[in-house]
Design a protein around this ligand. Sequence first.
Ligand SMILES: [Zn+2]
Length: 183
Amino acid sequence: MRQISGRQPREVSQAVLLQLLKAVKDELEKRKHEREEKLEPGNENQDRKFARLAIEEARKSVPENDDRPHPLVGAVVVKDGKVLATAYRGEAEGNHAEYITLEKKLDDAALVGATVYTTLEPCTTQNHPKIPCADRLIERKVARVVIGMLDPNPNITGAASVRLAPNIASGLVRAFEGVLANR
Ligand SMILES: [Zn+2]
């Protein structure tokens, strides 16, 4: 008798715990969904246009003098349907495309509500004292980050969206796929 009543509460609490875990999981899934929906503003043509522009920028990327492969990267900053700045990796020596747009070209611009199109997910790690591009995007309060491809380095693949998630809607967008598929 004692044994049973001693076991019962444990079983109940485990069930409750599982229920809670499921609720948390559902909530996270729901939020993820909401973010994805936010990322589809119903103007896919506009996204496609700016994605294409980012790819054109990426093609100009400057090779780096080491033996490691570096993905081509282009970035386009858009606000109210207008291009505020474009950049490609290395346009300013040794700098990432997003950094060049945000800090070199749009240092004084208000970017609240802007969309950044980038062919590669923004970096989340940088050698000190450089600040990762993902953190700069958060700092500048852009609204959306539209990403062409995830970083091929498996250690950091997808890290940008996780970093941006509390503040910025981000994700891979079909617009890029459309552009790439059409080539
Ligand atoms: Zn970067």
